[in-house]
Structures are given as structure tokens and as C-alpha cells.
Ligand binder design. Structure first.
Ligand SMILES: Cc1cc2nc3c(=O)[nH]c(=O)nc-3n(C[C@H](O)[C@H](O)[C@H](O)COP(=O)(O)O)c2cc1C
Length: 322
């Protein structure tokens, strides 16, 4: 793990994120410092001295030595950074006034300027107090700490903003009630005409999982504790449209259902990897079906909990058509 950068935090509004990267592009470690922790670190660096910063949990700490700074964290391996490098980046970061960006709704640090129009006003809405304020600004200026405390682990927005794919699963068995929830999430997904133009295969035996690994370009994590194969079933879609439209609907039905299952899995503390890279014909043969597979969802307890990956800035993602 190599220390990479200091960046604005979207969880602790006046703190920062310290980011480490591993050899594998997917391997990242992040430590989030709150305002006080960051200030203590800045103080040590400003004095060019050495010292220790105790973190919020009172059992993790940062030890600033003259050459290397060590991060000893509870339930986590030791992380290190060259002191000179970290010092330069932290002091540089501290110079910039970072506006509060308490984005509890997602892993996005920036927001587009979408203005609330007058005719969108609704009484009691947090966005109505100042019509010139963007919705997200309104959310940010409303008591974020209180909102955060109210979030349950299954809160949809919390699931959105903390979810991260996993390619290393523990062997731990997934409880049946969790599998039920994941499958029922697929069942309640919206589908074209409510015809549910898809079918889910729940793979229980290890031989079939191994065969799926082979069919999925030898991706080893396909052999996960729970493996679901989502297939398109256009013949269920009893709508009077050309066959290609029905095919498209069933692809969308199967994809939304898989996404619902993915979120349900995250909501019950599991992690997933979505597999799109596979040989359709091989998968059909393994399952003994004529239905075209659209995705394989591999589910289990993650070997290591990782923070979400970063994305484009929201203002790059969203094009507002006035
Ligand atoms: C349509 C689609 C196909 C994907 N196919 C694969 C795949 O074949 N193998 C794999 O390891 N990951 C696959 N992924 C997972 C993505 O790489 C992963 O979701 C992405 O890097 C974003 O990371 P995150 O899910 O942690 O936010 C796929 C994801 C999607 C949505």
C-alpha cells in the first residue's frame, strides 16, 4: 500500500480523506479524519515536529515520526506514509478553505447547480426556505449530523453511498433469511407491463459454480457463497410489440431485478460482484436452459470492507436540459 493523496471528505465535513493505493488498481485504503484529528495532525506538521494523534475511537492513533508516519488502526493492518510527503500534502490541503460538503446521500463530493424553481415549492420542504438554493445545498445546510444519526444500516441512501463491489469473499455461509430477502427484492423489481420477463437461477452446487467460473472467463470469484444467474425471458412479456422490443424489455427486466438483488444484499451486510463477462452459450448449457443469461450476481461476506470507489463529479454526469 502506497500513500497517495489527501482529499476532501464527504463523510466528515471538515475533515479529510487520506488515500492509499495497492498494486491492484482496485485496491484502495482510506482513512477519514474528522476536524479535530486533522487539526491535531496539522499542528504537528506545522511545527515540523513528531507526535501522536489519538483518533475518535480512542484505540486507533497516528504516530508521526521524523521519517515515517504510522497509522495504527483497530481491526486493520498498519498503514504508513513517508512523513515528508504526508506533511506536504496535509499542509497544502489545510491551506484551502474547504466548504462543508456533507453529502450523506452518496459518494459524490460535488454537486450540480440544479435550482429549485418557484413552482416546485412545497410547504415544509427543506428546499423552500431559500428558493435560490440548490436542493443539495439545502440538504447540506440542514442539520446533517442529526440526519446521519437517524440513518439505519439498511437505509437506501446509506446503502447507495457505502456499497462497494467485492472480489474476495469469506467462506462464511450466507443465512437463508438473507437469501430470501435478496430473492424477494428481485421479485418486487419493476418490469415491463408487470410481466416479469426474467428468470433467476440460484446455484447451490459447487460443481455448477466451478463450471460458471470457466464460462465467465475463469473469473475465480464467481465461485461465491451465493451465485444468482439472471436470465431474460421475453416470452413472458405479453405485449403487442415487435420481438426485438420484447427482447429489450426482458433484458431491462432481468437487469433491474439483479440491481435490486445487489442492493438488497448490500443492505443486509453482504457484498457482491456483478459479472457481465461470460460466454452466454456456455452458461445456457450449464443451466440447461434456452434463456439468455444477462448477468451473474455473486454474493457473500467480503473478505475486507472497502470504501466506495470514486466517480465522476455529478456536474459532469448530469447534463441539465433547460
Ligand atoms: C454491466 C457490468 C458488468 C460487469 N462485469 C464484470 C465482470 O465481468 N467482472 C468483474 O470482475 N466485474 C464486473 N463488473 C463490476 C464492475 O467492475 C464494478 O461494479 C465497477 O468497477 C464499480 O465498482 P463498484 O461496484 O465497487 O462501485 C461489472 C459491472 C457491471 C455493471
Amino acid at each position: 500500500m502506497q500513500f497517495q493523496t489527501v482529499e476532501a471528505s464527504y463523510i466528515s465535513k471538515e475533515g479529510c480523506r487520506l488515500v492509499w493505493k495497492g498494486v491492484d488498481d482496485d485496491d484502495t485504503d482510506v482513512i477519514i479524519l474528522n476536524k479535530n484529528e486533522l487539526e491535531s495532525l496539522v499542528e504537528i506538521f506545522k511545527k515540523n515536529s513528531t507526535g501522536e494523534v489519538e483518533l475518535e475511537d480512542q484505540s486507533s492513533f497516528i504516530r508521526v515520526n521524523s521519517d515515517v508516519t504510522q497509522f495504527t488502526l483497530t481491526n486493520h493492518g498498519l498503514l504508513e506514509a513517508k512523513t515528508a510527503e504526508l506533511q506536504e500534502q496535509v499542509l497544502e490541503f489545510a491551506k484551502i478553505p474547504h466548504e462543508p460538503q456533507y453529502v450523506y446521500v452518496g459518494s459524490k463530493e460535488f454537486y450540480p447547480s440544479v435550482w429549485i424553481r418557484d413552482d416546485d415549492k412545497e410547504s415544509g420542504d427543506i428546499a423552500t426556505e431559500n428558493p435560490k438554493q440548490s436542493l443539495i445545498e439545502a440538504i447540506l445546510s440542514s442539520e446533517p449530523e442529526k440526519i446521519r444519526q437517524d440513518l439505519s444500516p439498511t437505509d437506501l441512501f446509506r446503502v447507495f453511498s457505502t456499497r462497494r463491489s467485492t472480489r474476495k469473499f469469506l467462506k462464511t455461509k450466507v443465512e437463508d433469511w438473507k437469501i430470501d430477502k435478496i430473492l424477494s427484492a428481485a421479485d418486487v423489481a419493476p418490469t415491463a407491463g408487470n410481466f416479469q420477463g426474467f428468470q433467476v437461477f440460484l446455484i447451490k452446487n459447487d460443481k455448477t459454480k466451478e463450471a460458471l467460473v470457466e464460462a465467465a472467463n475463469k473469473q475465480p470469484y464467481v465461485n461465491a457463497p451465493v451465485v444468482l444467474v439472471f436470465c431474460m425471458e421475453p416470452s413472458r412479456v405479453k405485449l403487442k410489440f415487435p420481438q426485438e422490443i420484447l427482447e429489450k424489455f426482458s433484458l431491462q427486466d432481468a437487469t433491474i431485478a439483479a440491481a435490486f438483488s445487489l442492493l438488497a444484499a448490500s443492505g443486509v451486510g453482504l457484498s457482491t460482484i456483478w459479472i457481465g463477462m461470460f460466454d452466454e452459450e456456455k452458461v445456457k448449457k450449464i443451466l440447461g436452459t434456452d434463456l439468455r443469461p444477462s448477468s451473474i450476481l455473486c454474493i457473500g461476506y467480503p473478505d475486507k470492507k472497502k470504501p466506495p470507489k470514486s466517480r465522476r463529479k455529478l456536474k459532469e454526469l448530469i447534463k441539465v436540459i433547460e
